[in-house]
Design a protein. Sequence first.
Length: 192
Amino acid sequence: MYLDAPVLENFHVRLEPLALGHAADLAAAVGDLHTLWYQDHIPAPGEVKGMIEHMLLSENRVAWAIVAPDGRAVGVTTYLHIDPPNRSLEVGSTWIGEEYQGTAVNPAAKLLLLTRAFEDLGCGRVEIRTHFMNHQSRAAIEKLGAKLDGVLRRHKVLKSGLVRDTCVYSILDFEWPEVKAGLQARLAQPAH
């Protein structure tokens, strides 16, 4: 059940199991996000098909295409480090095309992923990680209501050779009702 990838959707976004059919939309959406110095999980436009193939072969990852209301795939998100015996998983390897950053797409996708994790799968803990220097991502994670567990210093060597300090955030099952209410309230606000 943890490794299933059902379609998840709400008014703002649809999460579809990632497939090669999403490659053209994702190649158009990714733009130059792959040039961000603090990451190495976002593909260049010409690498999108390979990224999809890699994710589909992964044994401990569930990947979705993030589909905007207009029907275009505009990003990717996954469950990874899936650990059913300990009722935990990580939401990560997420990227959203620049056009949709700062919109309802990310919080709406997180609402779907977290609802599935806590309410369908019975998770006791959901983790979200990001680079210490990725201030935009950290702000978004904190706005969700996730708590900073700590920083794994010199945790990961990026493809560029830079060494990443990783911020580890989590949401626990007893925190979920408050986090869910906060996300629902954010998504109910009219767009500006």
